[in-house]
Each structure stands twice: as C-alpha cells, then as structure tokens.
Design a protein around this ligand. Structure first.
Ligand code: BEZ
Ligand code: FE
Length: 289
C-alpha cells in the first residue's frame, strides 16, 4: 500500500505511518489509537465542514472556560463517562476492596481536621445524619490511623465552594482519623441531589442530547492509610430519584448504602443529633499498596 499520499480509504494508516523511529512509544501507542478511532468517527457520520467547525468551536469554548477553579474538560470527560472508565480501569478491585468513583471538582485540599464525633454541618440545614464505621484491610483487620477526607453538598444542593459568602467556609467538609480499632464517626446532614455545573459546554452537550444534569445524593470520601492503596469514593443514599440517571455515571451498586431514618429521640440525644435523623454505618476496605 502506498502511504506517501493521503487517501480516504487508508487515511488512518497514512497518518500513523508518518511517525519516526524516535517516537515516544507510549505517546505513539495512545495517539495511533486516537487516530484510528477519530478517523472512524469521521467516516461513520461524515460530518459537513460546518459541523467540523462547530466541533472545533465547541472545544475552543471548553478550553476558554477553564480557570484555576473550573475545569470544563474534566466535566466533559465526566458526562461522557470517560472519567469513570479511567477511574475504574485504574482501580480494578480483586479482593473485596471498596470500589472507587469520580473525584469531582469540589474536593478542597487542606480541609479542617476533626476529632471523631464532630459535626461538619455548619449551616444547620437538612435532616441530621450520624455516620459511623470502620476502616479495614481485606482480611477484615482494623486499620488504625486511617484518614477519611469527607465532603458533600448542602441541603440546597450546593458545595460550600460554589457559594462562598453564602455558606460558612468549610461547610460539610472535614478530615477524620480512624481510632485504634479502625473506627470513625461524625455528624453531618442527609445529602441532597444536585445539578452539575451546566452553564458551560458540558451543559450544552447534555441539553443537546436531552440528558439530565443531576447527580444522585452522595457523600464523598477519600480514605487513605500508610501501606494501603487510597480509595476515592462516595456513599449514595438508597432512595434518590436520580440514582439510575447520574449525569457522570458515578454510581456503583456496591456504594449504595443503607441510610436509615429514625424518630428515636433517646438515641438521637445519645448520638448528639435531634430526631428525626438518619444513620448510616459503613466499613471501608483498603487493599495493600
Ligand atoms: C461531584 O460529585 O462533586 C461531581 C462529580 C463530577 C462532576 C460534577 C460534580
Ligand atoms: Fe459530589
């Protein structure tokens, strides 16, 4: 096959054959695959020149939306299911470890450290929630001194960093440490579902595809301990109407927890909350590094 000149039939082979002997192997592997798939994408629906230009303009707008605190390309990757695929491929679980899911844009490094039992809900909104559990290895042995970095949206469906000046700083986020028996507990508010930021190109795409913008109610966790592989994950509530329609495909069946509602005023007092309240008990399982 003559690869000196471009032909429609051999377009991808012509492009791939141009790289030289000093090409970086991993870059070549990935770009060759990208070229094969992108050429196939063009050959299938055969976009017009205007449609191709619209795609370039869409990506240009996506880039222009990115700032130090907004990453529209990651959001695009999220709504296309790419973030979840990369996350899942890189964290295949073989021995019962807690499954991972997307990090999302609202994690803040350096959240306050709290003792077990602290209440991270600083705006007083929502139904009180008591969260407890253990951090364990894959042989069910407790991991003492594990760090649990926790964050969630408030009862109005916004993270503190989306409403600076409206919500108290560090509302609904904090870092806890498991005790000598691997146990942790804290107080919070029952999480609420919320729309992902939809005022950019990711939102435009969702609307063009007649897709929903919501993430089902969840609490984020990054659980880590020396000598173990950290896990970035969520706990999902079981009753959320958006559980099967997550805009970023972050729900895994194993992460849907048994949040129980209680009207027991005596128990509420003992746990430091007011009735009615929710309670969830959850163990995180970490694999060895
Ligand atoms: C989040 O859960 O915080 C999130 C994840 C992906 C996109 C937007 C938000
Ligand atoms: Fe979230």
């Amino acid at each position: 096959m003559d690869r000196d000149f471009f032909t429609e039939r051999d377009s991808e082979a012509v492009v791939i054959s141009r790289s030289g002997p000093k090409a970086e192997p991993r870059v070549k592997e990935i770009v060759d695959s990208l070229v094969r798939h992108l050429h196939a994408v063009v050959k299938e629906p055969e976009p017009t020149l205007d449609e191709w230009l619209a795609a370039i303009s869409f990506l240009t707008r996506t880039g222009k939306l990115c700032t130090d605190w907004r990453q529209e390309f990651i959001l695009l990757s999220d709504v296309l299911g790419i973030s979840m695929l990369v996350e899942t491929i890189n964290n295949r679980k073989t021995s019962g470890e807690t499954e991972s899911t997307v990090l999302g844009p609202f994690h803040v490094a350096g959240a306050p450290h709290y003792d077990n039992g602290a209440n991270i809900c600083r705006d007083g909104k929502g139904t009180p929630l008591f969260v407890s559990g253990r951090v364990l290895d894959t042989e069910d042995k407790p991991i003492a001194g594990a760090s649990l970095d926790v964050w969630q949206a408030n009862d109005d469906g916004f993270y503190d960093v989306q409403q600076k000046g409206t919500q108290p700083d560090n509302n609904l986020r904090g870092i806890f440490t498991s005790d000598r028996d691997g146990r942790f507990h804290f107080r919070s508010a029952y999480p609420h579902y919320y729309p992902i930021p939809a005022d950019g190109t990711a939102g435009d795409l969702l609307r063009a595809l007649d897709r929903d913008q919501y993430r089902p109610a969840h609490i984020h966790f990054i659980v880590s301990a020396p000598g173990f592989r950290p896990v970035t994950t969520h706990l999902f509530t079981p009753d959320c109407p958006w559980l099967k329609k997550d805009a970023v495909f972050g729900v895994k069946q194993s992460l849907i927890a048994d949040f129980r509602k209680s009207n027991d005023a005596v128990l509420a007092k003992a746990l430091g909350v007011t009735a009615p309240f929710y309670e969830v008990a959850w163990d995180f399982i970490l694999g060895r590094a």
